[in-house]
Structures are given as C-alpha cells and as structure tokens.
Design a binder for this molecule. Sequence first.
Ligand code: PMP
Length: 454
Amino acid sequence: MAREFDLTPQAVPRIETPLRRITTKLPVPESLPILEKLQRYEPLAMRGQPPVVWQRAEGFQVFDAYGNCWIDWSSGVLITNAGHGRREIVDAIVQQAASGLLTSYGFASEIRARLVERIAGLLPKPLEKIFLLTTGSETVECAIKLGRAHGFAHGGSSKNIIVSFTGAFHGRTLGAQLAGGIPALKDWIGNLDPGFVQVPFPDGFRTSDTSFDYFERCLREQNVDARNVAAVIVETYQGASAAFAPREYMHSLRDWCTQSGALFVLDEVQAGFGRTGTMWGFEHYGIVPDLALFGKGISSSLPLAAVAGTPEIMDSQSIGTMTSTHTGNPVCCAAALASIDLVVNERLAANACTTGEVLHGRLREIQARFPEIGSVQGKGLVAGLACVTPGTTVPNANLAWQVVRRCFEKGVLMFAPVGFGGATVKIAPPLVITEAAIRESTEVLEEAFEAQCK
Ligand code: PMP
C-alpha cells in the first residue's frame, strides 16, 4: 500500500525553468514544523503525498512559501479542472460570502436554483434533475439508495443487487466501499453485504476478455440472476488506472440494464466537467446513464457534488427523505457556477482533448522505451501508467513511488492512487495546462523512468 516520504531534508539538483523552480532541500527544512504538526495531529492514513506545503496554487502550478514551484499533475485530486486559484472563482466566492448568505440548508436560495438549472442545461436528456451534495462518496451512497429503492419498487425485495467492477474506487464511506472493487480497502468491513457483487472491469490489460459475454458469464458464476440486479455502477474510466471500457461493451451494458430493469449509474466524479476531452466522460461511449454522479471538478475548488438523474428516478423518494446539511451551499454554488463558466467559455474540454493528444503521444513514446510500463490508459487530460514487472501485469508499486518521488524533486507534482497496489502513476493536470508545460513535464517523467529503470 501507500508509502511514506522521509522527512529528512535532502539536497536535490537545482531546477530553474520558467515553469518549475526547486532551489531548496526537499522537504524544505523551514517547512518541517508544519509537516510535523500534521503528523502529530492527523491520523497516519493522511500521509503518503510528497512533502510539499502548498502555500498557493495558480493555473497549473503549485507554489510553496520558500520559492519552489511545481507543474501540477494532480489538480489536488482531480479537482481544479478550470485551473487553480482562478480569479473568476475567487471573485464569485468572495461576492457570495459578502452577500450575507453563507448557508441555507434545503431552504431555497437563488444561487442554488441557478446552479441546478445550469447543470441540467448542459446535460443530455433525460438527466433533468439535480441533487446537490458535498462529496463524491455522498453521491455514490445516494445512487445506491436510489438503485435499491428502484429495484424494490419494480421487482420486489429480491431485486437488491448492486453490480460494480473490480478495481473500482467510489469513495470511503460504507456503501461506496462495498461498491468499490479494491479488496484491501474492505478489510475493515467484516460482514460484507452479499447484495454487492463485482465483475472484472474490461480494461484490456488486467482483464483481457473485454467482451460483454464475459460480464454476463461472471454474473452467472456468482449466481446472480439479472432480474435481481437493482443497479450497475461503473466509473466512466477507472480512477485507479485511467482505463476506459470498450465503447461496444458500454453500449451492451446500457442495453442490458434497460432490459433487466436495473439502473445504469455512471460515476463521473473524476470524469465530468471536461477532464477527458469532452464535457461529460460518457460522451466517449455515446450513451446516457440513468444517474450520473459528479464531484471534484464541478467547482474546481470548494466542496460540492451532484447526482443527476431522470425525473422518474429522482422523484421516487418522498418529500424530506433525501437531504444533506450542506446541500447546495451558496458559496460552493457560486464557485461551481464560476468554474462551469470557465470550463465552457474557455473551451477547456477541447483544450483537454488537444493537449491530451500531446500528452498521450509522449506517454506512448516513453512506454515504448520501458517495458516496466505495462499500459498507458486514459483520454484527454487524464492518464495512468501501470508500473509492472516487465511482460506481466504484476504491479510494481515501488517503481511508481520512485517515479513520483523523482518527479517531485524535479518540480512535477503528482500522486499514485491506492488501487492496484499503488502501482499506477496518475497524470491529471488542470485543464488549462499548455502544450509547452506538457512537453516539459513529460520530459521530467521520462528522466524519472530512465533513472529508475536503468
Ligand atoms: N468516485 C470516484 C470515481 C472518485 O475518484 C472519488 C474520489 N477519488 C469518489 C467517488 C469519492 O469522492 P469523495 O472523495 O469526494 O468522497
């Protein structure tokens, strides 16, 4: 699992380009009191990221207080689609905060009305209703509830199965982890709910059989009757690897759900709002889900998430049975409206598409040099490099960790997600990144593999 960075300051080569600057030891000796305070007062589980104390972040760069600057490949954790610290978002937040309304729970506010209308207006029909929440995990919990309730209403109490995929990450709360497909994250649960079933994700790398027959066969092998499936939940691309499913597979899955009376839920928490080169990740498949779940890049900043769905499903719960204390917080709504305007007006999905082509082209070149890179997955401005024992799919977490460390020391910041033993190098810069910055940062990545794989 994830490994901790040593807090002993190390001398590292000086880096100074217009985009990156590393001029101190790392971690910076003066930053140690902050890092140590976090270690003292936060749980161990919070550790694992490269030891930089973020002071400010702007566009596609992260700055510390000691003169260092990184090209950011993390977007936090795929949050800042419109860029870090955008003036338009800051102004919207400040204006809303100064307006006299900081919170209103489910009581009406004009800004919440504007945001749900805006999101619904961008989504394809029949995704017409929007329920605002705070975190991605919350949207997953809501989808599980809507899925099971839909199953019970249309197929009785045995229609309760939630099908999801191996390797999936849907969040940290109980339902989200039951739906998740990373076994090590479920150790703490103990009595697993038999109503949650996983099938292999057709990534074409770890699962070589990407035919839809395999989906049906895996369900049969687990004695799952299609009539008892309440919902299928799938990430648009797997966060742990950045892998997409084949288009035909997703079409078949969409049809299968319709025929089985199961809700088709797409977890777009990472994929939404331009990340993959289209506004919605599901556009790559040419399908529309019954429910789409959003978070992260929805606001590029403050905590906000959303469930979008068909009126029939979204109105299936009676008044007062779906609420959340911070639903559509006005300041978060202001941030989201400003961020969505930036994504739309600056055509950031198109930028993700064109700079993404440069990124993926470079990654394929790098992969061709190093058999330790088993696969390069992703679209637009998300990519995952699977670090493996050459010629196999056996994860090499140490390599991913060392590559992240070396890039950090050279002014490129990222993280290795927890899935597949932490062996994926994940690349997800803000969508405002330039081609020049992609070229410069992929050079750093190549040097890191060179140094590590010699
Ligand atoms: N779904 C996906 C696909 C995610 O990547 C994440 C977070 N990494 C979540 C759900 C959970 O979101 P949150 O951390 O906001 O609860």
